[in-house]
Design a protein around this ligand. Sequence first.
Ligand SMILES: C[S@@+](CC[C@H](N)C(=O)[O-])C[C@H]1O[C@@H](n2cnc3c(N)ncnc32)[C@H](O)[C@@H]1O
Length: 311
Amino acid sequence: MSLYVWGTGCGAGELIERGFEPARITAFVESVPESRSFLGRKVIAPEEIDASDCELIIVSTRYTKEVMELCRSLGIAVEKLFFLKNSCTLIDLNEKSVAPQVLGDELYSRLKPRHRLIKEPESLTGKTADSGDYIRLAQLELICGRLCHVPGAAAELGVFRGDFARHINRLLPERKLYLFDSFQGFEEKSGAGEAFQAAHENTSIAAVIKKLPHPDKVEICPGFFPASLKGLEERFCLVSLDVDFYDATLEGLRYFWPRLNEGGYLLLHDWGSVRLSGVAKALETYEKEQGKPLPAVPLCDIGASLILVKN
Ligand SMILES: C[S@@+](CC[C@H](N)C(=O)[O-])C[C@H]1O[C@@H](n2cnc3c(N)ncnc32)[C@H](O)[C@@H]1O
């Protein structure tokens, strides 16, 4: 059976650097072969692949869609493709690949794409705007993966129905999670407006708890923040701040930022929102109080979040 590597660029070179024996390669494939040899192996055009004898094609280029279409037209099943570059699509190109069986577990885990697709199928169903925000959730997953050396609890201020909180609870199953919300919408002074307020009233503590995979780790702190703190003294590794308006956001920053441990993250939802402009204004005010800008990375999620990084 034949094993091909599609592409003769850096991706193919990296494959060899990562421990793949060139001797295992029947041929490299290039849409338009400029040279007939690469790393001591022959280079062929796609039409020269023997589809009936092909066991696996490792695709090292970024042109995944084009390769997939070409292979389909050549009668090569998608299961026989193993994409090394799979970072910018919501489809897991390797879902059905036979690569783990052909290469063996050890080699497969060395070669598989470093930038994997974050998988949480339930979160991609778009049940709500937030649970369907792939970038926000993927970012949370990556951040949580970096928190193993950062001590402290997690917290969310602005929980609503717990759609984001349940992901924090899922991704940090060992951490205590504080959930702050009035569970009755916004303070009058927030200027939320009738419709916005009405839209946020329909929730309850029981409904939130029901959604959480590890409710034993959760402390619900009901009431308007900051009164709901009731003197809580705690240190944090991760804080999600999502209260939509100026006053509550500013109070959240004043409480949580000094208590965030080094290496921890504060996710400020709606920072870039035109409609909820009080969020960015609150950050501006807080930065003035601190006398310096906070280290931050803007995110291209639906809510235009900003990630503050404690150093
Ligand atoms: C946009 S929702 C949060 C959504 C949630 N983070 C998610 O992604 O699923 C905003 C929430 O902030 C809460 N909130 C706003 N101001 C608050 C305050 N001062 N104290 C407590 N909760 C507040 C509201 O009750 C509302 O449930």
